[in-house]
Design a protein around this ligand. Structure first.
Ligand SMILES: NC(=O)c1ccc[n+]([C@@H]2O[C@H](COP(=O)([O-])OP(=O)(O)OC[C@H]3O[C@@H](n4cnc5c(N)ncnc54)[C@H](OP(=O)(O)O)[C@@H]3O)[C@@H](O)[C@H]2O)c1
Length: 257
């Protein structure tokens, strides 16, 4: 049996880039997202180009039992998956008070609850096997408060904090957890979040998802705890730790408006 990687949000953006990198390195894949057609097309291409097995699981991961269903499907394919990439996520631009509560709840369910449950489920066979790699896609947003996208930033702070805590707890087990913290990148994210042009997107608009995914993949394989790809992102996440939080809130608000 080959080595298997499970990737959520693999129908586009970073997830698709991770799928290509892993297939190239000979991993069989379980790809998860809502867009089954896109996943099936990607699956066919990767199988043809790289000769690996690619299974598709079409699922809305904000649903209550989604994580358990993904886990059952994946374990049925391979009882000892080596890699889990929790990548699926979305943001929503605008005032929290005026936001649609159902959508806000779905964001927490997808970005945090399902990520947490998938991590908990997949850790069991990984710890038993004495090896495993988990990559959680957070964001540079995890390092700061985010007026105008306050809940999204908060969901990513959760991802970073959980990943860091687990990384320490798991020392010595052969299993590692990495948080990838990208800055604004040219994927479907901005459109889904209904983000208008902002100073952030003006500065970062040329960042391509392939380079970010490569950095995340390398960091995960090394078992690094936090990866912030790109010099500007590194500066931003270091800067906010040195500045007073009150000032950081105001700066982010100005950039985000
Ligand atoms: N791009 C950026 O600027 C940026 C920066 C920092 C962090 N991130 C994070 O990077 C991750 C990937 O986003 P991306 O930038 O690659 O954006 P993207 O192009 O919009 O991709 C998002 C992926 O998540 C899937 N997804 C969304 N909602 C889902 C749901 N309810 N159930 C299952 N799958 C779902 C989408 O597939 P379907 O629509 O087919 O379901 C798609 O495959 C996210 O966690 C995002 O927060 C992005």
């Amino acid at each position: 049996m080959g080595k298997t990687a499970v990737i959520t949000g693999a129908s586009g953006g970073f997830g698709y880039e991770f799928a290509k990198l892993l297939a190239k390195d000979g991993y069989d894949l379980v790809l998860v997202a809502r867009s089954g057609d896109k996943l099936r097309k990607i699956s066919k291409n990767l199988e043809r180009h790289f000769g690996v097995s690619v299974r598709v699981f079409e699922k809305d991961l904000s649903e209550r039992d989604a994580a358990r269903e993904v886990y059952s499907f994946a374990i049925n394919e391979d009882p000892s998956p080596e890699i889990l990439i929790n990548n699926a996520g979305f943001g929503d631009y605008g005032s929290f008070a005026e936001g649609n509560f159902e959508k806000l709840t779905q964001m927490v369910d997808l970005n945090d609850r399902t990520l947490m449950q998938l991590t908990h489920l997949f850790l069991q066979p990984m710890i038993a096997a004495g090896k495993g790699r988990i990559l959680n896609v957070a964001s540079i947003a995890a390092f700061m408060p985010g007026p105008q996208m306050a809940l999204y930033y908060a969901t990513k702070a959760f991802v970073l904090s959980l990943s860091e805590g687990l990384s320490e707890e798991l020392r010595g087990t052969g299993v590692t957890v990495t948080a990838l913290c990208p800055g604004p990148t040219d994927t479907g994210f901005t459109e889904r979040a209904n983000m208008p042009g902002s100073r952030f997107s003006d500065i970062f608009r040329f960042t391509k998802p392939s380079g970010v995914a490569r950095a995340g993949y390398r960091a995960m394989m090394k078992g690094k705890t936090i990866e912030v790809p790109g010099a500007l992102n590194y500066l931003a996440t270091t800067g906010v730790r040195l500045l007073p939080r009150g000032l950081v809130r105001k700066i982010v608000y100005r950039f985000q408006k």
